[in-house]
Design a protein around this ligand. Structure first.
Ligand SMILES: NC(=O)c1ccc[n+]([C@@H]2O[C@H](COP(=O)([O-])OP(=O)(O)OC[C@H]3O[C@@H](n4cnc5c(N)ncnc54)[C@H](OP(=O)(O)O)[C@@H]3O)[C@@H](O)[C@H]2O)c1
Length: 330
């Protein structure tokens, strides 16, 4: 089968197509003929050779996809050949075929396209993990979600709305992105290039701060994140887009405000952990996606032959929501 390969760790020019063996489903797995693939920041970091691929996972890029069941492992009873499925996987989605643990696969509901289905798992499961599972945001609480127009945050804003958050603050680098965040339910938006988000939070919350904060930026936001949290506040750290080294920091707020700071990566988790989150998303979010009350934001769809262009588009911070690749029958 054809797959996207990385010649040498590096920039998008290292992406190429090559022939690799078609994977065989283990007893608990299903083999899927891929129709669409969700692109993630993580794919770019992995392409650069900076992402530790979990032991035993495919080295091929891609952690989410949608497609048609080609064959099923001997223990699988929940899927049949020809079913339309989507889901999160440990790797291998940038290919014509991939295997996924049946516990992580979901049936695509009627009316949902392959493109939309492929854009759901990583964003919704990561956002659910941060907002509900880890920080346990409560109705009436305030939350700050950084990189508001990122794939994950477009889902996180809407999950915060579902919970009944009082105020949903979000940051982004352009007014167009902020307008989009407001259309998803953000109540307060901050262009981080024009204003200091910590000052805005302080002013808008009368110095109290937010109860929950979701961050992927890391070093450059560290101090202002601590300053923006309320007493007993909870920060979920999911990425380090600005780096990992702190020049100088005042860690006093961690003690005096009794802060909880928790990091997490989804991909390194057990199937059971991921399945638990996927089931919650299937139960609480999917019906709203089907009814149109929860928007799966697909910014741009590329043919997988344009994978390098799709990576450059995301690296340029152009996307609002998800970037998706499609595989035709060409
Ligand atoms: N830990 C986990 O389990 C997990 C799972 C999934 C994703 N993630 C992480 O979550 C983050 C979002 O992923 P995604 O795929 O949704 O990303 P994405 O759609 O590519 O969005 C990332 C956005 O972050 C902003 N950004 C980039 N560098 C920045 C910087 N130095 N300072 C401030 N803003 C910056 C940009 O928007 P602006 O134009 O607004 O600057 C960019 O468009 C990534 O860091 C990813 O690795 C973590």
């Amino acid at each position: 089968m054809q797959a996207v390969l990385v010649k040498q760790p590096g920039d998008s020019s290292q992406l190429t197509f090559g022939q690799v063996g078609k994977p065989e489903p283990k007893p608990a797995e299903i083999l899927v003929k891929i129709k669409a693939i969700g692109v993630n920041r993580m794919d770019i970091v992995q392409r650069e050779g900076r992402y530790p691929v979990p032991a035993g996972a495919s080295q091929i890029l891609g952690v989410e996809m949608s497609g048609v069941v080609e064959s099923v492992g001997t223990d699988v009873t929940s899927f049949r050949v020809g079913d339309h499925v989507f889901g999160l996987m440990y790797g291998g989605a940038y290919a014509e075929f991939a295997v996924i643990d049946a516990r992580m696969a979901m049936h695509i509901p009627e009316g949902i396209t392959f493109e939309v289905a492929a854009a759901i798992p990583e964003a919704c499961i990561t956002a659910w993990q941060a907002v509900k599972h880890i920080s346990k945001l409560q109705k009436g609480q305030d939350i700050l979600i950084h990189a508001g127009a990122s794939g994950v945050s477009t889902a996180a804003i809407q999950i915060a709305c579902l919970v009944g958050a009082r105020r949903i603050f979000t940051t982004a680098g352009s007014d167009k992105k902020l307008e989009h965040c407001r259309s998803l339910g953000a109540t307060h938006t901050i262009n981080y290039k024009e204003a200091d988000f910590a000052e805005v939070i302080k002013r808008e919350t009368d110095g109290r701060g937010v109860d929950v904060l979701v961050d992927y930026i890391g070093a450059s936001y560290w101090q202002r994140n601590l300053d923006s949290l309320a007493l007993d506040g909870h920060m979920v750290l999911l990425g380090f887009l600005s780096g990992v080294q702190l020049e100088k920091a005042n860690i006093g707020p961690i003690l005096f405000k009794r802060l909880t700071i928790q990091g997490s990566t989804l991909r390194s988790r057990s199937v059971e952990y991921q399945q638990h989150l996927a089931e919650a998303v299937e139960k609480h979010v999917m019906p709203k996606i089907v009814s149109g009350d929860f928007k799966v934001v697909v910014d741009k769809v590329f043919s997988w032959k344009q994978v390098a262009e799709a990576h450059r588009y995301m690296e340029g911070n152009h996307n609002m929501g998800k970037v998706v690749l499609t595989i035709g029958d060409e």
